[in-house]
Design a protein around this ligand. Structure first.
Ligand SMILES: [Zn+2]
Length: 130
């Protein structure tokens, strides 16, 4: 991918990803995960069209933009692609910013396991084992 192709890809993503994010705000995190997964499969099978063109180029681009948008709203800390960052915080452009957990009600609880019972087991002396 030459510099002009990279520039066009990044500038179109800069426009398209927020559009998809607006569209996906009403979806549940589970639905967004499924969308991101489906989009990743499309990018995985037609990603070469983004670089070399072809009949799947638009499909691959839309899947990349929609998948980034779905992940940006779901993943803690959002997503960063070639220096561009999107996350659940409107206007955030810093991938290293302090990102709150986007779905605290769904975060796994950190429970401390009960201590295990410790039992001393006396092993036989080597000369008694035989
Ligand atoms: Zn952010």
């Amino acid at each position: 991918m030459d510099e002009m192709q990279r520039f066009v890809l990044l500038e179109t993503l800069r426009l398209a990803v927020p559009e998809h994010m607006d569209d996906l705000r009403g979806f549940t995190p589970e639905q967004r995960c499924e969308i991101a997964k489906a989009c990743a499969a499309i990018v995985g099978s037609h990603g070469d069209a983004l670089q070399f063109g072809g009949k799947h180029c638009a499909e691959a681009f839309n899947a990349l933009a929609r998948g980034l948008a779905a992940a940006a709203l779901t993943a803690w800390g959002g997503v960063t692609f070639d220096g561009l960052h999107w996350c659940a915080i409107p206007g955030c452009a810093d991938a290293n910013a302090d990102h709150p957990q986007p779905h605290p009600e769904r975060a796994p609880r950190r429970s401390v396991p009960k201590p295990r019972t410790v039992v001393d087991l006396h092993l036989p002396e080597p000369d008694q084992a035989a």
